[in-house]
Design a protein. Structure first.
Length: 100
């Protein structure tokens, strides 16, 4: 299911060679977007909701940053993925109570 993400690596390579600073934003966008199909696979709305929100967040953070503050993009991804994991944990615990 996630092999589709491999198709994007030539795009990341092209962006890296044409403008290395934008490659970080592209990689973060692809990483954020690749979570969307997991909503179907794991039957949870967390991926359906947070994946597009993460894409928008990274996009707008990338728009407002200049080259000196590119470190904010990985920090944004780190914090966003922590939040995603917390929501997934809550969703898992909610589902596991009903499974018993």
């Amino acid at each position: 299911m996630n092999l589709a993400q491999l198709v994007y690596f030539p795009l990341i390579s092209w962006v890296f060679f044409s403008n290395p600073n934008d490659a970080l934003i592209f990689f973060a966008l692809i990483t954020s977007a690749h979570f969307f199909p997991y909503g179907w696979l794991y039957n949870t709305k967390v991926y359906y909701i947070l994946s597009p929100l993460l894409v928008l967040l990274v996009f707008f953070v990338g728009l407002i940053l200049n080259d000196a503050y590119l470190w904010v993009i990985p920090l944004t991804m780190f914090i966003s993925l922590l939040i995603l994991n917390l929501f997934l944990l809550v969703d898992y615990k909610k589902k596991s109570v009903y499974d018993i």
